[in-house]
Design a protein around this ligand. Structure first.
Ligand SMILES: Cc1cc2nc3c(=O)[nH]c(=O)nc-3n(C[C@H](O)[C@H](O)[C@H](O)COP(=O)(O)O)c2cc1C
Ligand code: SF4
Length: 586
């Protein structure tokens, strides 16, 4: 692989720290204190940094995991709607493993993990890092047999690992495979300024969720001073219910790399990265082979397509199980070989990104859309969508519908149309954009997918009338409490409190006071947290309090306002002691 710069998260053999730690974990099933010391020396990094990285990422462990390391996805689709949690308990019982532990003989460990991006594939798990889909009781029994017989995972039936990509609706991006290099050849026949102008005119905005104008982002980065500029593709796709980047990485990798190369040409970058979520490691071989093909075709490396001034290459860095690393500044920290703790912004990555240098970070879909924009032109793109939301959006649809899978629609499409297409007929609610997004009910089906109405990264989780929304909220609250990086108190403590409150209400011990506290706590988390995770972690509760109040009220303990008046109970004791609690605490 051609690499033009040396990065200090790499050792002398040009290996990324996360990859080195992953190899250690795979070989020895844990990362020991001695290994950490050795790796610190190899990378010339302080031991404390290695320890912090190992502690931060959920795919690393200081205690041995099983030779068969099984992680069930606990996202709403797999864990709750597809009954994944019960399948976990079933396998744990059959193999006599306590969930969350490794069996005494070291053969097998069973635990849960956050969404693995297989929401349209039925209940799913990772075995030694590889996704295994469409779980049911029969498959669980068959897995038990393989583990008991000590059959290596590589010899398990291939169909267990199949990921069926189902595309039900196509618009601009999925209707055609872009001809390899067509956009790049066109771009190189013009100028970097012309490419930027085309992207700006197209009105393309980021597809990762926040919707920032892509042309402006590229322009800011190009204009920012620095001794190197970088292009980063955010392929972390950790928002539960989202799996459209999985399809794009699998079927449109060449166009993705073309989009990244166009960006490099526009901003003057020589190095790019794809930050691939650890759960999608199974796609790594495919992505590397597409990169290698492009190098052979002169589309990456030095003097791209014979252009004396244009050198660019792409490296893939694989994450290790941390949702927060999808946040762009946390992603950069991770790329630099550190724990993924979000940076204080501003400054933003466009001026101070990777290694403190100007960096463009875009979602997979954004780069692919950019390649299409350049290959066709901005008018072709703008002809679809709305004035403020040009082009199309790819959705990941799962939950209570007949046809889960991938759907691409022009922006401006009504939610009701989408529900009709995917066969969702008795809808109680839809979570749009994942747990961090927006919960809507029947009164809002006339609304549209668009930046001006319901913006999102593209996840649609559908809940039928039979579903208990409180179970959904608990699932989301557990997710955020687990994924909070712990850096700031409002999020670290607040997400735990939110989880506990919802658990209490679900257990039938909640009071009306607990429900009013939910609102106060949610506001606090939303307004006082450091990064986007905290800002959005309580959205689902706030939406439900407003539109689905019965979700909580129906579980309250006899609808009481207070269970116990502490002040009243203490009054008598105060009288006896003849002093007041506030002046003499304790
Ligand atoms: C907690 C959190 C997780 C995120 N996860 C992702 C992700 O998985 N993929 C993504 O593209 N953007 C994610 N984002 C948004 C990124 O920070 C960033 O805005 C995006 O990558 C920019 O690309 P775009 O302009 O092409 O959308 C996340 C943001 C937050 C706050
Ligand atoms: S808001 Fe949460 S995820 Fe973000 S920095 Fe604070 S603790 Fe970390």
């Amino acid at each position: 692989m051609t690499t033009f710069h040396k990065h200090n998260s790499l050792n002398s053999r040009q290996e990324h720290l996360l990859h080195r730690l992953y190899a250690e974990q795979q070989q020895f099933l844990h990362i020991s204190p001695q290994s950490m010391q050795q790796i610190a020396a190899e990378f010339s990094l302080p031991l404390s940094q290695i320890e912090a990285v190992v502690a931060f990422y959920s795919f690393f462990s200081t205690r041995p995991r099983g030779q068969f390391d099984i992680l069930f996805s606990n996202c709403t689709s797999c864990g709750y709607l597809a009954d994944g949690h019960n399948l976990l308990l079933m396998l744990a019982e059959q193999l006599q493993v306590t969930p969350g532990t490794t069996r005494d003989d070291g053969v097998v460990s069973i635990d849960e993990t956050s969404c693995i991006g297989m929401c349209d594939q039925g209940a799913s798990l990772l075995v030694n890092g590889t996704p295994l889909t469409r779980l049911n009781a029969d498959r669980i029994a068959a897995i038990r047999q393989k583990i008991t017989a000590n059959t290596p995972v590589t010899n398990w039936p291939r169909e267990w690992f199949e990921v069926h990509e189902k595309i039900h609706q196509r618009s601009l991006l999925l209707s055609e495979q872009l001809i390899c290099a067509s956009a790049l050849k066109k771009a190189l026949s013009t100028s970097a300024e012309a490419v930027l102008a085309t992207i700006l005119q197209s009105g393309l905005c980021g597809r990762g969720g926040a919707g920032f104008n892509t042309g402006k982002k590229w322009q800011f980065c190009r204009d920012a001073p620095g001794h190197a500029h970088y292009v980063v593709c955010n392929a972390d796709e950790g928002e539960p219910g989202t799996f459209k980047d999985r399809l794009l990485l699998h079927q449109h990798a060449d166009t993705l790399f073309e989009g990244m190369t166009l960006c490099a040409f526009a901003i003057g970058a020589e190095q790019g990265f794809v930050y691939l979520r650890g759960e999608y490691r199974y796609l790594l071989g495919h992505l590397l082979s597409v990169l290698e093909q492009r190098r052979c075709q002169g589309l990456l490396g030095k003097h791209i397509l014979g252009n004396a001034q244009f050198h660019f290459d792409i490296e893939i860095v694989v994450g290790a199980g941390a949702y927060i690393c999808g946040e762009e500044s946390a992603l950069i920290e991770s790329l630099e070989g550190k724990p993924g703790i979000p940076r204080i912004r501003p400054p933003f990555p466009v001026t101070h990104g990777y290694k403190g240098q100007p960096t463009v970070i875009n979602n997979v879909e954004t780069f692919i859309a950019a390649a299409h924009v350049v290959a066709h032109d901005s008018d072709w793109f703008k002809a679809v969508g709305t004035d403020h939301s040009t082009g199309s959006k790819i959705l990941s649809i799962s939950g209570d519908c007949r046809f889960p899978g991938i759907y691409e629609y022009p922006f401006g499409t009504h939610i009701q149309n989408i529900l009709d297409d995917c066969g969702a007929h008795t809808v109680q609610a839809i979570q749009i954009g994942g747990p961090a997004g927006k919960l809507i009910g029947a009164a809002n089906l006339h609304r549209t997918i668009s930046f001006e109405d319901l913006p999102s990264g593209g996840s649609f989780l559908i809940f039928g009338q039979q579903r208990d929304l409180l179970a959904v909220h608990r699932n989301f609250a557990h997710f955020f409490a687990h994924e909070s990086c712990g850096f700031c108190t409002p999020c670290r403590v607040g997400t735990q409190l939110l989880k506990s409150s919802l658990d209490k209400i679900a257990s039938g011990h909640g009071t009306a006071r607990d429900v009013s506290e939910l609102k106060r706590l949610s506001d606090l988390i939303q307004h006082h947290s450091h990064c986007g995770l905290g800002h959005t972690a309580a959205n689902h509760v706030l939406d439900s309090l407003q539109d689905f109040p019965q979700t909580f009220e129906s579980h309250l303990k006899q609808h009481l306002t207070a269970q116990f008046d502490l002040d009243q109970a203490l009054a008598c004791a105060r009288q006896i002691r003849q002093h007041h609690d506030t002046t003499h605490p304790g």
